[in-house]
Structures are given as C-alpha cells and as structure tokens.
Design a protein around this ligand. Sequence first.
Ligand code: GLU
Length: 401
Amino acid sequence: MPATKFSAGFQVSENVAQMKASSTLAAMQAAEAMRASGVDVVDLGAGEPDFDTPQNIKDAAATAMRAGKTKYTPTAGTRDLQQAIIQMYRTDFGAMYERNEVMATSGGKQAIFNAVVSLINPGDEVLIPKPYWVSFPEIVTFARGKSVFIETDENHFVLTADMVRRAITPKTKLIILNSPSNPSGRVIPPAEFKEIMEVLAEKDLYAVSDECYLRFVYPPATVFSAASLRPELRKRLCIAGSFSKTYAMTGWRIGYALANADWTREMLKVQGHSTSNASSISQAAATEALNGSQDSVAAMLAEYTRRREWLLRELNEVPGLSCAQPEGAFYVFPDVRGCLQGRISTSEQFAAELLEREQTVVTDGAAFGAEGFIRISYATSMDRLQEGVTRIRRVAERSDF
Ligand code: GLU
C-alpha cells in the first residue's frame, strides 16, 4: 500500500489515513459554527440531550472537587463507581459482575475502542449491521480489522440471527451490536438478541454490545441489556455503556465497559497507555448518577416520548418522506428517496440543501451506511423541532431543483 504523503512530506499511518472523520461530530460542529456567526440554525444533527445534567449529579462533582478528589484514579475507575455499576446490573438485570470485569472509560466510545483494539488482529472480520453508528467501522479500521456490513433493510433495519449466520466466514471474530440503534432507533427484540448470541457461541465469536441508549425505549419495547443473558453467552460479550445520554452528561466524557476478566485485563492495558483513567470528577458524578434518584431519567424519557409521537406524525405528512416507527433512542430515520429530484439526487444533497437553504442540520444516512435516509435527532426542544419540520417540509416540497 503506498504511503499517504502530504505536501510537507508528512507521512501518516496507513490505517489512520483510511479512517474517515466522524460525520456526527462534523454535523455538530457545522451547527456550532453557524450559531457562532449569528445564524438562526435548527440543529437536528446532534445526538446530544438538550437537557442539563441533573443537579444532584453536578453537586456530587462539586463535592468531589472540594474534597480533593482531583487525582489519578485506578485505571479501571474508583471502587465506588465500579461498585455502583455492579449494583445496577445486579438489581436491574440480575447479572453478577465482579470488579475485575468492570472498567470506567472516558465515554462509551472509549469502551468500544478498548474492546475492539484489544481483540482484533489485522485482517479479522468484524460484522457491523447497517445502518451503523459512524464510529464502528472507523475503530475497526484503526485496529486493522475488516468491517463486513450486514444489510438489514429486508427486516426494516432490525438485525436477525439468520442475517448474522449468513454473514459469518472463517475470518469473522466479532460483531458490533447496538440496540436501540443509533441512527435508526430500531430495537432487536430480546428473544432475537439471545438467538444472535447463541449463533456467536456456536461459532466461538465475540460481541460488543453498545448499550448507550439502554434506558430510552418506548412501549411496547422494554429495557433490555445483554447482561441479562445466561453466563455462557455473556462471557463472549463486552457491554459498552455510557452516562452521556441517560443522564445528559455528554461533556463529562464518562462511560464503562463490562466484559470477562481476561478481556478486561487487555482493555486496561490499552487504556493504561492512552488516557490512564476517566476523569476523577466525572467518576464521582457518575457514581451519584447511578446511586441517586432516577427521577430525571424518567422525566427525560417522558419528554422524548412526547416529541417522538409529534415528530413521527408530522414527518409522515411531509410529501415524499416516510418514517418508520423507532422503538428506542432519540432519533428518527426517515427515508427521503421520495423527495429526491433534479440536482438533489442523494440524501447527502438533500441534507446539504437543508443546511444551505434552510440553515437546518440533519445527518446524512449515507454516513451510517444507509444512502437515501437522513437522521433527525429529537434531543432538542419542541420549539426547534417544530421549526425544523417546517423547514424540512419547504425543502421536500420544492420542485425547482
Ligand atoms: N453519539 C452522538 C451522535 O451520534 C454524538 C456524536 C458522536 O459521538 O458520534 O450524534
């Protein structure tokens, strides 16, 4: 493979050169730049709660700072946080994890990163169901693995055990699961999830389960964690968790990984030589998030429920646009192919048109492996959503492209 050379003769690593920058972060930064220049932007791009971090969590962080908890912590995190995570999984999912199977990370993304780079050898195949969160294939590329995508549109973007079985080759080592899904909001039914894990067990493969949207599901879907599966299935699983969405803590950069002791030990080596440990202040805040009142989570879920219902109804009335009902997370993922005409022939161009003409940020589905779709986040106020739908309708209804 030829080395990538820049004008100053600077040669970067091939696998990093092949990585694409994060489109979700790019969408957020585009919105931020427009806001900074005084534009009335409607930002439906960010997968970031518009709620503030609950007060009890902020207070716990302030108390920790005042008490001098401003030093390194063990790489795996403070005992208090490890214990709070273990307790939550025991109480809510009946899963018995030991301390050597739990680590705090700087956001859920670092948990996924640790899990993938500690498992994958060059050329190993990693199954990634489409549509996928933008960082999954890029992390696999970093690890010199090969992403093998699974098409799921035949089942409206819900992965099945059969699809997994068909995608496995002798080189497969890992699958990355994400339910509720970012970007589609679709949920893998628990019985199907179990069957997927059984297929993996049969073939001696591993799974990373990104459970970042664990708490945000809408009836009849119910909260489900892969941790509740029986231990023989669970032992080939790394759960990546996050405080970012559940507790509106995106800026605190705090998450966790749960995996068998051997996998965790290897992940700790990766983290020990990269970030050392998650922020001590954020760990104190996260401990309170788990141990304190969960009322704020229920309040956020109630508000997301209200917005979701409104948004689905409105979007399905926009000509050319069709939107399946997501069971979880805070995204809708409408099909915009019926709106494409003239020079607007891709979802990327549709998203660009929205940005340029209507100062409205959405994320192009192609970034998630689903050309023809756009991702709309409803982690934004009802006011902004209403304005956003008005603007989307204007672009969808235009015929002079
Ligand atoms: N996960 C969020 C999103 O998909 C935040 C951005 C990111 O980390 O990719 O928009």
